[in-house]
Design a protein around this ligand. Sequence first.
Ligand code: NAD
Ligand code: MG
Length: 394
Amino acid sequence: MSRRLRVLVLGATGSIGSNTLDVMVRHPDRFELVGISAHSRADELFAQCQRHRPRWAVLPQPEAAQKLQQRLRDAGIDTEVLHGALSLEQLAGHPEVDAVMAAIVGAAGLAPCLAAARAGKRLMLANKEALVVGGAFFMQAVRDGGATLLPVDSEHSAIFQCLPLDRSMWPQTIDHLVLTASGGPFRRRDPETLHAVTPDEACAHPNWVMGRKISVDSATMMNKGLELIEARWLFDLPADKLQVLIHPQSIVHSMVVCRDQSVLAQLGTPDMRVPIAYSLSYPERVESGASALNLLQVGALQFEAPDLRRFPALALAWQALRGAEGSTAVLNAANEAAVAAFLAGRIRFTDIAGAAAHCLDLVQPSFDEVASVAGLMNLDARTRVAAESWMVAR
Ligand code: NAD
Ligand code: MG
């Protein structure tokens, strides 16, 4: 039997992270969980250590890490607890890690993603913000390190599954890509009333259960905007080769329109364990835990054009995609700051796109800022300051 794939799961306590553990435990003969990380939910990380016995667990703060280490020792579990962002990078590049599930939310995931890319790992990317921020720089690190970059986002996994295994054939295969979007909870809501929606309403996604940040992104459709940018880099295509269609059933997860006008789509029930399982087992397939798709029960598949008046965030993503290098990092940082403020009850739902539009106009990325992680993080921080002053002035 070949050796098991040694997997590090960054953001293990989140929605993608816990679904990854769920897929992995179905195949103990194939996958070994060697490390997990969390941001604040130490109790959940403890429970995961108890259940899966990884070699390493990581928390941001030294005090919390020490406490967890003691709890584990008392329970007779020999997981080593590390702390801090640097530990995430070190583990992502560790020689005894084969594959990294990047399931941290936000730009905070960029540095460990780059470490995994540079170390030539199998990099399973859920953390779309890392690629939106890193752009060309991120893809260069993947090439330099000889990493295998595998999309976990359901749309990108769908496209990836439709494309030939031999990546050198992609340019001759693809005419354009169609990303599908559910339209989120406000697809039919009167745009005039959107200013009044609450965080809980915004997080109540009709088809998917996800973390709160991506749920708000789905409600504004900024999520689809970030995914357009993600597709631009994953499949090396210009903006005019990327389309978005609203498909409320979330059954067709995206499509490739080929040169010969053949249209290839991947279908399935909306369950992230399918793309997660494929990223773990690629190019083979394993049972994922997802239920079977019953098209008779679904009945009809509908498609409609997105309304950019209702979803101005989507238009901003097009703007950033066509703008100067670094514009997508500005869009992401402004959005992260604004979504956090909305979830904290500080701004209105409609102010999220307002803050992003303001920052895209105001913050000009410099050449140096897009050429290093430190530069990108500086651009990110600068944008958050600009977003904050706009939000305070509202
Ligand atoms: P989540 O909020 O449920 O989980 C986020 C995880 O990241 C948690 O484990 C948290 O502890 C950790 N984390 C948060 N901030 C951190 C920080 N600053 N440093 C280190 N760790 C931190 O989010 P999620 O829904 O699982 O999404 C994770 C990523 O996957 C996001 O980038 C999201 O866009 C992407 N994604 C999610 C889904 C989904 O269905 N949930 C689908 C496609 C893509
Ligand atoms: Mg998606």
